[in-house]
Ligand binder design. Sequence first.
Ligand SMILES: Cc1ncc(COP(=O)(O)O)c(C=O)c1O
Length: 273
Amino acid sequence: MRDLFQEQLRALRARSLDRHLREISSAQGPEVQIAGRRLINFSSNDYLGLANDSRLREAAVAAIGEFGVGAGASRLVSGTQSLHVRLENALARWKGTEAALCFSSGYAAALGTIPALVARNDIILLDKLCHASLIDGAKLSGAILRVFPHNHLGKLENHLEWAQRQHAGKRVLILTESVFSMDGDRAPLRELIELKKHFGALLFLDEAHAVGVIGPNGRGLAAAENLDEDVDVQMGTLSKALGASGGYICGSRDLIEWLINPQRRRPPSWPRR
Ligand SMILES: Cc1ncc(COP(=O)(O)O)c(C=O)c1O
């Protein structure tokens, strides 16, 4: 087995594809300490400098003082503490949605949510530059997956027509980001919403790189364009501009309740469109 890994690593190194974890020996900030040198950090997502903000540090210490460091069980069993509930209420208020649900990371939010929304024989249409968490969530759902070129509305419309023709009655879920992690450009949200309404699809929007920096009170692109009511599922992470760790889904009360009660087979009363 050891030989196998050595071989694989040698092959990676030969193609200069090997990656390394860089140790930072200071707190996050515009400057960080690496290997004894003070360096300017251009590659962080701590957009607002909150990761080491004294107010957040003090709040975290106070929370640990009151609640300790572990939830003791999964949320469903006996691990839902007042802090979770306060955070979810605050997120829903901030995003202007009926409800919110927190996860341990943005990745977990995508993996926990997408397979609850669609199942085998449903359709997922995914922008080519979507983050790995959306891709993994889509694969895990078992739905039929079609990728459209980045922000290409024409190709997306073709896929929607195909789904309507070939998979009539199946649920169609469009997955995209609002500000793209790879290129930093934005999704054409208004046009996406027109398309999803026309074809009766659902829209899942990952606002990971938009919250904190775009829109009123940093609420993201959907709020900036006054379209939040038309986005079915708003996802985000607390690990970038919000300076902490964790992920969330914001949406209707029914959506959040469904995410707590997903079933492999959709109940007959669950509407397809
Ligand atoms: C667009 C996007 N979505 C989701 C995530 C996942 O968030 P987290 O780091 O909280 O798992 C990231 C993180 O890199 C991201 O860039």
